[in-house]
Design a protein around this ligand. Structure first.
Ligand SMILES: Nc1nc2c(ncn2[C@@H]2O[C@H](COP(=O)(O)OP(=O)(O)OP(=O)(O)O)[C@@H](O)[C@H]2O)c(=O)[nH]1
Ligand SMILES: [Mg+2]
Length: 301
């Protein structure tokens, strides 16, 4: 039996649907998804099996024009993910087409594409009439030599099986990189922190989701099979702390309940989740925050 294995990096603008596609490929939610841009902050690996092939999908932060240190570290992580992969899949939103951001990514791709297979996935095809897709595909293929173009809906699943089959066949021959039943390569404490950050991002408005980070400080296994998880939400200002807490602590309570419910489903056991909000004006400049997120602090320079 010939096995195949390798890395497939999903890149694209923020909100393109990279994390949605990774989760669908893996068949479980390992990367958080929101309707807001810049949800994913680090590289997240999810493992999918297709016949005798093991496809390690690498979800990356969206590519955009970075301003802050954190933004720069995120964008560096995304390009790094592409540069390390056997195959790169560029995701473009069907209804937005070739934006300035997509143009810039295409320029960057030319650099890293040397000797690498690059495929195009036009995502969210459920949002546009079919006749618009051909024109977009042609325009994109005129700008870059994609090995293949797929029309998909990561959310609804259209075209995803075809993409997975094609990727499996393109991967190099070799032994599997992970045990067959492993679906993610991310410490559980980090997944737990991400789930809480997702719930915060869904509930908080404007800039606030971009000015906080969540860390799992303690994870205690209990005799009854449950676990106690303590997390800290770092914010930058007293005012932010007030907003995260909400009136009589209602906001953080709702976030905690939603996060706990999802954690219990994911881990299939009882979880006691304790959230604490701390003001840390400078967390965006602290190396330790970056390592907790799985980012390289130096990349943010
Ligand atoms: N209509 C539609 N919406 C989609 C599709 N795929 C993803 N979405 C939605 O697009 C939004 C962004 O999805 P994500 O998967 O978080 O996008 P991302 O590329 O990972 O975004 P960042 O992590 O911010 O870079 C979410 O609201 C998804 O539900 C799709 O095929 N069709
Ligand atoms: Mg994402």
């Amino acid at each position: 039996m010939t096995t195949r294995a390798g890395f497939v990096a999903l890149i694209g603008e923020p909100n393109a649907g990279k994390s949605t596609l990774l989760n669908r490929m893996v068949g479980a939610k390992v990367s958080i998804v929101t309707h807001k841009v810049q949800t994913t902050r680090a590289r997240i690996r999810g493992v999918a099996m297709e016949g005798e092939a093991q496809i390690v999908f690498v979800d990356t932060p969206g590519l955009f024009q970075p301003r802050r240190r954190l933004d720069r570290a995120m964008v560096a992580a995304a390009w790094g993910g592409a540069a390390d992969a056997d195959i790169v899949v560029l995701m473009v939103e069907a209804h937005r087409g070739i934006t300035e951001g997509v143009e810039r990514i295409l320029e960057g791709l030319t650099e890293i594409a040397k000797g690498r297979t690059v495929a195009l996935a036009i995502n969210k095809i459920d949002r546009v009439p079919a006749e618009k897709l051909l024109g977009l595909s042609e325009a994109l293929n005129a700008r870059f030599e994609f090995a293949r173009t797929f029309m998909i809906s990561a959310e609804r699943g259209h075209g995803v099986a075809d993409l997975r089959k094609w990727l499996a066949a393109e991967l190099p021959e070799g032994p599997w990189l992970y045990p067959e039943d492993q679906i993610a390569d991310l410490p559980m404490r980090m997944i737990a922190a991400e789930i809480t950050r997702e719930k915060l991002t869904l509930r908080l408005h404007q800039e606030l989701p971009y000015q906080l980070t969540v860390e799992t400080e303690n994870w205690e296994e209990r005799k009854d099979g449950s676990a106690r998880i303590d997390q800290v939400i770092y914010v930058m200002r007293d005012g932010h702390k007030g907003i995260v807490l909400g009136k009589r602590g209602e906001t953080v309570k709702a976030v905690g309940q939603a996060a706990r419910a999802e954690l219990e489903e994911f881990l299939d056991r009882k979880i006691h989740l304790f959230l604490q909000v701390k003001v840390r004006p400078n967390w965006l400049e602290e190396a330790e925050r970056y390592s907790e997120m799985g980012l390289d602090f130096k990349d943010g320079n």
